[in-house]
Design a protein around this ligand. Structure first.
Ligand SMILES: [Zn+2]
Length: 234
């Protein structure tokens, strides 16, 4: 059977998304999403939508709606804009985590659009985005030392006891785990864990790393890489 696809037209209702001279992202992406959905249905795919009208749901609510379907894949449509003309161009696919299947889909989308003249800006990992983070993925639990990290329920246990992490601390931990044994720069961590246009400084990363080291006893596991950033050694 063909896989089923959940399409999320970004924003909606009082959340217009990006705007340019009266034109609103929420309207553009809804039209695009419905058109793409029709094409997919014609080709035999089952399509679900998080919205088909101009309604608002928070990203968290959208993830919940998506999780209630039997969708195999989740894709959210967005369209950037800026008051300064020609700031944004091209197509970019943001993914929770790069892997063979995800990259095949994202590259497929990017390359098809490239063929009709749209610049291909590639794939970027953005596990900090709520709709990507909170849509269900295959269950995945990892244990090391006295820690168990359940990436399905997003809970962390130390010696059997649940440890309370802030959402950002948890997101940072998950990024370190999925990229274990790799050095990650502070800038890379910011772009992956914090939101799309976060403009805080990189010391925020240091503070969160300190918290993880302390709360989870990871002093020896999370290495500081001089002049670069951090690496979780497992
Ligand atoms: Zn958007």
């Amino acid at each position: 059977m063909a896989p089923s696809i959940v399409i999320d037209p970004g924003h909606g209702g009082y959340d217009s998304g990006a705007q340019f001279e009266g034109r609103k992202e929420k309207d553009d992406v809804l039209r695009l999403a419905l058109a793409v959905g029709e094409l997919l249905k014609e080709r035999g795919y089952t399509v679900y939508y998080t919205r088909t009208t101009d309604t608002y749901d928070s990203p968290l609510e959208k993830a919940r709606i998506a999780n209630e379907t039997n969708g195999d894949y989740f894709i959210s449509f967005h369209r950037n804009s800026s008051p300064r003309p020609n700031t944004y161009q091209g197509v970019e696919s943001l993914v929770y985590e790069e892997n063979e299947v995800v990259n095949a889909i994202a590259n497929g989308i990017n390359r098809q659009l490239e063929q009709v003249g749209i610049e291909n800006l590639g794939i970027e990992e953005r596990p900090g985005l709520v709709v990507l983070r909170r849509t269900k993925r295959e269950e995945n639990t990892i244990s090391f030392d006295d820690l168990t990290v359940d990436m399905g329920s997003r809970k962390v246990y130390r010696g059997g006891e649940k440890i309370n992490l802030t959402p950002k601390e948890y997101a940072l931990l998950e990024v370190l785990i999925t990229h274990r044994n790799l050095a990650l720069s502070r800038e890379k961590l910011i772009s992956m864990v914090w939101t799309y246009d976060y403009e805080g400084d990189t010391r925020t990363v240091d503070v969160h790393i300190q918290q993880l080291r302390q709360k989870l006893g990871l002093k020896d596991r999370i290495k500081t890489i001089y002049k670069v950033g951090y690496r979780l050694e497992l």
